[in-house]
Design a protein around this ligand. Structure first.
Ligand SMILES: C[S@@+](CC[C@H](N)C(=O)[O-])C[C@H]1O[C@@H](n2cnc3c(N)ncnc32)[C@H](O)[C@@H]1O
Length: 310
């Protein structure tokens, strides 16, 4: 095994800026996402959304809305009046979102829901300062430079406006990611570009990003969900079809993708034989926060929402 070889290859790929873009994988996963990811992880997203207030008439910005699981919930909670500005980079995911949201908005002339295709960093830069009551980022802040994105989120929020982030934790699917790392370490040439994601190590790490961006932290908590797959093949099917392995296809040498999958599956089979089970956890973090209300509109911060860090 050559961990040094893997490091050298990762360095070369970093220098040549060969970063895997997950969009093609999300396009491919879009028709399965609501069968594999949303029924398992979507309840955790809606529970996190329930921790921030949404009132009729609000303006909500949703970054990386995917198939619209949270968008639909936001629309329901706006109760016929308000604005949702949502963006996603994958046209496939947006198409599913459109189908979900359209029936909810058709008979509601007071609702404006715009689903845009594009990059969330550029999208948020086009949103006026102090114009949003809530910004939501579900399972996607990892695809940005979080402190930079959160600084933009702070800019677009009205004073007192809220932000909700739910994100996979860096140790999620550990048996799987360790197995993948071993396969790449054995043969670094299998890795053709880097999967660049900023997965947080803990909710506290996300809270620090919030603070750095000038946002007050209201809630920070961790969670875990065992994925409903009990054989190596079923685990691989879930992570691929749920979009949880997005970026993988682009990161691996095209001609040898199946070889990588076979080797990871063999590694999982060894774990199953050794431990008698394959309880793979999708760990995650939830952090909500708010833009401080500054006394007299000046720069002296006064966070007067009276909420505690959970
Ligand atoms: C795991 S899905 C989450 C979707 C949705 N927020 C949810 O809660 O189900 C991640 C989404 O992020 C989108 N995405 C990734 N990078 C992006 C970027 N730079 N700008 C906009 N969308 C992005 C993907 O296309 C995908 O739809």
């Amino acid at each position: 095994m050559s961990r040094l070889g893997l490091v050298a290859r990762a360095l070369r790929l970093t220098i040549s800026r060969s970063h895997a873009d997950p969009t093609a994988d999300y396009d491919a996963a879009s028709s399965d996402y609501d069968t594999f990811f949303s029924p398992v992880m979507g309840g955790h997203s809606t529970a996190a959304l329930a921790e921030v207030p949404i009132s009729p008439g609000d303006t909500v910005v949703e970054l990386a809305c995917g198939t619209g699981h949270l968008t639909a919930e936001i629309v329901r909670r706006l109760d016929g009046r308000g604005t949702v500005l949502a963006v996603d980079k994958s046209s496939g995911m947006l198409e599913v979102a459109g189908g979900k949201v359209k029936p909810l908005t058709e008979a509601a002339p007071g609702l404006r829901v715009e689903l845009s295709e594009g990059d969330m960093d550029s999208f948020i830069q086009g949103i006026p300062s102090a114009s949003a009551d809530l910004v939501v980022v579900g399972w996607a802040i990892c695809y940005s430079k979080p402190p930079r994105l959160l600084a933009q989120i702070e800019r677009v929020l009205r004073p007192g406006g809220r932000v909700m982030v739910i994100e996979t934790r860096a140790d999620a699917h550990k048996a799987l990611t360790d197995g993948l790392e071993r396969v790449f370490a054995d043969d670094p040439s299998l890795l053709t570009s880097l999967i660049r994601v900023s997965l947080p190590k803990s909710a506290a790490a996300v809270a620090r990003w919030f603070t750095k961006a000038g946002l007050a932290v209201d809630v920070q908590r961790e969670g875990a969900q065992v994925i409903p797959a009990h054989t190596p093949a079923a685990v691989l099917e879930w992570v691929q079809r749920s979009g949880a392995a997005a970026g993988f296809k682009t990161a691996v040498d095209n001609d040898r993708e199946q070889l990588v999958l076979n080797r990871v599956e063999a590694g999982l089979a060894e774990i199953l034989a050794r431990q008698g089970s394959l309880d793979i956890e999708h760990t995650f973090v939830v952090v909500t926060g708010s833009k401080p209300v500054r006394a007299g509109g000046g720069r002296g911060a006064r966070h007067d929402e009276g909420v505690g860090v959970g």
